[in-house]
Ligand binder design. Structure first.
Ligand code: NAP
Length: 233
């Protein structure tokens, strides 16, 4: 098996996923990132300038063929897969009682089905490396918010992480749920403004992801909830 470790990050062309990709590349991993926007991925790859260690795949995390193709191409190119980060996700920032249902299908499929498809597509490769799965959930998957339909998708991610862990731990595969509070990323573009108060940076959340991935063999960090100081709920 070729030596340096390999990570695949969904939605890795911006925000938290891009910060994780940067840090892992810096730590000597080889990295593949996915996203729907070809231009965004191309810009990210050009900015990093590491063509030998960074692959990009245009694809929808809610479409199994796309996810499967990215996993297979990563294993083919790099010879192994040690880590998957189910990071792709977004919010419609509306409520179940007053929002626009037209946006919910994509959000639910991206946020809930997407991580499940990534786990399904990568588990055989992860068994071989006794690798790790990271799911990027949210504080909104631990606390209730009035009408928060996005939050409901993240409660599902919280559940998926632990249900997955209970199955794959027997195969030597670790599962970590990283649940951020408010982070300054393009996530808030569709909201129209940043939320009030102090926000974390994407790099600060990436620190937690990389810390969990760097645990010694046999140690599985399961849940990391990270809020900025000043975020009460
Ligand atoms: N920012 C926060 O305050 C915050 C707080 C808690 C949790 N989170 C979670 O953190 C994760 C990363 O978000 P972020 O804050 O870093 O925002 P972001 O910069 O908008 O990152 C999301 C990434 O996912 C990609 N993406 C979205 N839908 C996709 C799909 N169906 N298939 C493939 N890629 C898709 C986007 O690229 P394309 O649009 O080009 O596909 C984008 O690169 C999300 O799961 C989000 O829910 C964020």
């Amino acid at each position: 098996m070729s030596e340096s470790r390999v990570a695949l990050i969904t939605g890795g062309g911006s925000g938290i996923g891009a910060a994780v990709a940067r840090q892992l590349l810096h730590a000597g991993h080889r990295v593949a990132v996915t996203g729907r926007g070809e231009e965004r991925l191309r810009g990210f790859a050009e900015e990093l300038g590491r063509p030998g260690e960074l692959l990009t795949f245009v694809g929808d995390t809610a479409v199994y063929d796309d996810v499967r193709a990215a996993v297979d191409a990563t294993v083919k190119a790099f010879g192994r897969l040690d880590t998957v980060v189910a990071n792709a996700g977004f919010a419609t920032h509306d409520t179940v009682a007053e929002g626009d249902p037209a946006g919910w299908t994509d959000m639910v499929l991206t946020n809930v089905l997407g991580p499940a498809l990534l786990i399904r597509a990568s588990i055989d490769a992860l068994k071989e490396t006794r690798g790790r799965i990271v799911l990027v959930g949210s504080v909104a998957g631990f606390v209730h918010g009035p009408g928060n339909i996005y939050g409901a998708t993240k409660w599902a991610v919280t559940g998926l992480a632990e249900n997955t862990r209970r199955q794959v731990t027997e195969w030597g595969v670790g599962v970590t749920l990283v649940a951020p509070g408010r982070v300054e990323t393009p996530f808030w573009d569709s909201y129209g403004s940043l939320p009030p108060g102090h926000l974390l940076t994407a790099e600060q959340i990436a620190d937690s992801v990389v810390w969990a991935l760097g645990q010694p063999e046999g140690v599985d960090v399961n849940t990391v909830v990270v809020r900025p100081v000043g975020q009460p709920v």
